[in-house]
Design a protein around this ligand. Structure first.
Ligand code: PMP
Length: 397
């Protein structure tokens, strides 16, 4: 049977669904799966860092020791020992995070959807960085907010801009560490100002932090969460420090919000897989991440260095780019007349891919921008791919 003959009905979708669109990035990723393509497009962590044997041993021991529990339904808020471990790892000398403040998620992406569900009514003003994480824009837009773009520069979000746009906003979504897509981080001064301003305006502040642990030079700056645990919603993930395929993340928030998020989660998927949480707890409980994360940082720092050198060598004057101190992405600004979407077509024809910057903007997209991911491509291919891009850009200058 032909696929089209399976569905003679004309489907009528909800208004909400009508406005959904596939992520531009996922569509591009489909093309870039071809083996001959040098892809700087994906946001995937390097599989070289996946602790496969460690995970295998943990599955084995959890199933042997507590197989019946691991394979049973579990609580909606998550596996208690893992929640306690997360609360402990986020607590500092001055700030004590309770295990009850941690809700386990099926990937932190789920948290973005749940936060949209419980916090955003149609037309609410939602503040986002310029540019911001595309997956958050997608998740929130289902709830039909009015996005308001907050200015950013090389030091991250500019808190003084909130004086103009922050009043009456429903929430602010921020990425203080090694932002996706720009790789930028907020300075300490900016963090203090941001937390103070949001507290003064009564605007809840979401801190999305999947890359925070991937700092190339020692410990990252303090989390917004620890600066104001009563007003900050923190989102963490095991995707970039263990593996993304397990789909495990968490949200940390004041108790009334956690209870509401838990109700929303119950309706969505009952709970996050119990076996996954038990296995991850087994892996992390004795300090494995303390030895593992430095190996990821070292690899990514080296890969980033290779790409920065190649950009300096091959990109023409007029192009500028960020110099990340951690994470997985470099953001490029091309001369204003170059449209990176058109450049992508030509690049793919030359076996190189990247993500055009426009979809990362909630308003007024800058079409001369693009995102490069450097962690999954071997160094010699990084040099080759950047040289090709440099040639194509120079031809348009
Ligand atoms: N937030 C940001 C900024 C991300 O880059 C990603 C993953 N690309 C996510 C959230 C979602 O991560 P997870 O795998 O935990 O769902």
């Amino acid at each position: 049977m032909k696929p089209e003959s399976l569905s003679p009905m004309t489907w009528r979708f909800s208004d909400r669904a009508e406005q959904l669109q596939s992520s531009a990035i996922r569509e591009i990723l489909k093309i870039t799966m071809r083996p001959e393509i040098i892809s700087f497009a994906g946001g995937l962590p390097s599989p070289l860092t996946f602790p496969v044997e460690r995970m295998q041993a943990a599955y084995e021991s959890v199933l042997t020791r507590e197989g019946k529990t691991a394979l049973q339904y579990g609580p909606s808020d998550g596996y208690a020992p893992l929640r306690a471990w997360i609360a402990d790892s986020l607590s500092t000398d001055g700030v004590h995070i309770l295990p009850e403040q941690v809700l386990m998620l099926s990937g932190s992406q789920q948290g973005l959807d749940l936060l949209g569900k419980v916090l955003i009514d149609e037309g609410d003003r939602v503040l986002v960085e310029t540019p911001s994480y595309l997956g958050a824009l997608q998740a929130f837009s289902v709830y039909r907010p009015q996005f308001v773009s907050v200015a950013t520069d090389d030091d991250g979000l500019v808190p003084s801009h909130l004086a103009d746009v922050g009043q009456g906003a429903r929430l602010l979504y921020s990425l203080p560490n090694f932002q996706n897509p720009t790789g930028r981080s907020m300075t300490l001064e900016r963090r203090v100002a941001l937390v103070d301003t949001c507290a003064r305006l009564g605007v809840p502040l979401i801190e999305d932090d999947p890359y925070g642990a991937l700092s190339y030079n020692g410990e990252p700056l303090p989390k917004l969460l620890t600066m104001n645990p009563g007003g900050v919603i923190y989102m963490g993930s095991f995707s970039k420090v263990l593996t993304p395929g397990i789909r495990l993340g968490y949200v940390v928030a004041p108790l009334p919000l956690i209870r509401k998020l838990e109700q929303a989660k119950q309706a969505t998927d009952l709970h996050t897989a119990q076996i996954t949480q038990m296995v991850v707890h087994e892996v992390v409980k004795d300090g494995f991440l303390k030895e593992h994360i430095p190996t990821i940082r070292k690899l990514y720092a080296a890969q980033c260095g290779v790409m920065l050198d190649a950009l300096a060598e091959h990109f023409p004057a007029g192009a500028t780019w960020t110099r990340p101190q951690g994470g997985m992405f470099i953001w490029v600004n091309l001369p204003a007349h170059i449209d990176s979407m058109a450049l992508l077509e030509e690049a793919v024809a030359n076996n190189v891919a990247f993500v055009p910057g426009a979809p990362f903007y909630a308003n007024a997209p800058a079409s001369n921008t693009l995102r490069l991911s450097f962690v999954t491509v071997p160094p010699e291919k990084i040099r080759e791919g950047v040289a090709t891009l440099g040639r194509l850009i120079a031809a348009r200058c």
